[in-house]
Design a protein around this ligand. Structure first.
Ligand code: G4P
Length: 529
């Protein structure tokens, strides 16, 4: 296969959902179809000790949530599929946002009983902003569900995009009889426990064949189905692949991941509709994936993913060409040619060293501490620099103090590395060292992960003092920072690159600072990145 063929068979997407909607279960079933795993590793849960392949950190296991994002690759029906699993917990939205930058489309899993939940709302907005195609899987139809029309209406209203149900559910909960496949005009009947990868036989049956329909789903359900379908056809959106591909129309699939119901038709339809690897923006030009020169950007850095491999991995999305392990590549931000060592593809904890990879693929490379999120790596002579990945403003700040001066080095190393990964943000008091730093996060869970990782990976304990600070601004201007006139609660800090920042507890402090310090310019956090 030549490079173009290899690239054109790639499909790279992220799965997002609110925790517990069934993302892990669906991912697992997809992997089963791709024969990437042999049996459902059983979904993580309190009842058993097995964990889904996409989870790995201890703290996730304890809390039963996905924190870190992992990448999985498998072949299915001639396609080469890259799934980016995203952390579902709202505290980890920043990591998720970054992961979305590496995906060409998104699959959103929704719990049929709950509809859109806060986390999906946030993520969805990011996708809509970036015009990423969004495919919706409405899960848990085997349980009591909300009205299907209501769910679609909610999606449309909340996100301002159209929906197109690819199939239509016949009842729900104990009365769930299956779905009607609108494209192929056939019925898929639901029976419990399709789990384990068995195929579900579709039954060809036209809506006019009332006798057969009645025998399949009963007269009552048949009448409901016909009425509902009439409404869907009459009042719903028309199918338009172009609109799907620019994120304006979301194909919707109803099913039950746990029962493996509706997963295979979803996968087949999804693969046909989603796009090949897309072009990426570099300055004013777009770099096509089929450009034979290799280029990639780093979207995630992760240390110590597995205790057996104490290392730091930079994950990069290949944007163009073919990666060859034997070659050296140019690290744009570092200004140097480098060899990407131990390039690997990940399957959650398992990794395989690879020799080649293509545009659309995600590879992890060993990072000796030279990469930062958003960095570009490319073939020599290729003038390319991919757009940076925005850093989100932290909303909580804590002071972290060393308590054991003998472990100063470990403390410095641990907190610096974890900050470089983007798992927390770190700020310093001007003119003081690392013994007392401000840690900025989006949510409480990040602080818990920091504590647990500092202890287990670096053997360090520290004191943490939570503060009421919640707002951050970059501070500039022709002004002597040492003489700034600030309210007592306001703090002046610096980031790793030496930028000046002010931390505030409330909006009025910002106005106060501007009022009392003519010449001071305060900028929103994202403006600087
Ligand atoms: P997540 O990754 O989105 O957080 O969700 P996950 O797949 O872990 O699924 C959350 C729970 O929902 C799991 O239950 C899982 O078995 C269940 N589930 C997933 N898909 C379906 C479905 O189609 N139907 C039904 N009925 N359940 C589904 P758990 O963690 O084992 O138990 P519990 O804590 O929910 O009781």
């Amino acid at each position: 296969m030549d490079i173009k063929q290899e690239i054109s068979r790639r499909r790279t997407f992220a799965i997002i959902s609110h925790p517990d909607a069934g993302k892990t279960t669906l991912t697992e079933k997809l992997l089963l179809y791709g024969r990437a795993i042999q049996s459902a590793g059983s979904v993580k849960g309190k009842q058993n000790d097995k964990h889904a392949v996409s989870d790995w950190m201890d703290i996730e296991k304890k809390r039963g949530i996905s924190i870190t994002s992992s990448v999985m690759q498998f072949d299915y029906d001639g396609y080469c599929i890259n799934i980016l699993d995203t952390p579902g917990h709202q505290d980890f939205s920043e990591d998720t946002y970054r992961t979305l930058t590496a995906a060409d489309s998104v699959v959103m899993v929704i719990d049929a009983a709950k509809g859109i939940e806060p986390q999906t709302r946030k993520l969805f907005k990011v996708c809509a902003m970036r015009h990423i195609p969004i495919f919706t899987f409405i899960n848990k139809m085997d349980r009591e569900a909300r009205d299907s029309f209501e769910l679609l209406d909610e999606l449309e209203k909340e996100f301002g995009i159209g929906t197109y149900p690819m199939n239509w559910p016949i009842g729900c909960g104990v009365n769930f009889k299956g779905v009607f496949d609108r494209t192929k005009q056939r019925i898929l009947t639901f029976e419990d426990a399709h789990a384990g990868g068995s195929r579900i036989e579709a039954i060809e049956c036209s809506l006019e064949d009332t006798e057969k329909l009645d025998s399949l789903i009963g007269e009552y359900s048949r009448r409901d189905l016909c009425d509902e379908l009439e409404l869907v056809e009459g009042a719903g959106y028309e199918f338009d692949l172009e609109k799907v591909r620019c994120g304006e129309l979301s194909p919707v699939f109803f099913g039950s991941a746990l029962n493996n119901f509706g997963v295979e038709p979803f996968l087949e339809n999804f693969l046909k509709m989603t796009t090949e690897p897309l072009a990426h923006k570099s300055g004013d030009s777009m770099i096509e994936p089929t450009d034979e020169r290799f280029s990639a950007f780093v979207f995630k850095i992760q240390a110590n993913m597995n205790k057996a491999h104490r290392d730091r991995i930079a994950f990069m999305r290949i944007c163009s060409g073919k990666f060859d392990r034997a070659n050296e590549y140019f690290h744009v931000q570092g200004g140097k040619m480098i060899k990407l060592s131990r390039p690997q593809q990940m399957m959650a904890q398992d990794r395989a060293v690879i020799d080649t990879a293509y545009a659309g693929d995600i590879i992890g490379v060993f990072d000796p501490g030279i990469f930062a999120i958003g960095d570009t790596i490319c073939e020599k002579g290729m003038k390319v620099q991919y757009e940076g990945i925005p850093t989100f403003a932290p909303e909580m700040f804590s002071i972290v103090e060393q308590i054991d001066s003998l472990k100063r080095k470990q403390f410095d190393k641990g907190i610096t590395q974890i900050a470089q990964e983007g798992a927390i943000q770190m700020f310093f008091l001007p003119d003081s060292g690392m013994e007392r730093v401000y840690v900025g996060v989006v949510g409480q869970l990040q602080l818990e992960v920091l504590e647990s990782r500092m202890e287990s990976e670096y053997g360090v304990k520290y004191n943490r003092i939570d503060t009421p600070l919640s707002l951050v601004r970059f501070a500039e201007g022709d002004i002597d920072f040492k003489k700034l006139n600030l309210m007592q609660q306001t703090k002046w800090v610096k980031d790793r690159l030496g930028h000046d920042l002010l931390l505030f507890t409330a909006e009025y402090e910002i106005n106060w600072a501007l009022d009392k310090n003519p010449g001071l310019i305060l900028k929103e956090f994202s403006q600087m990145n």
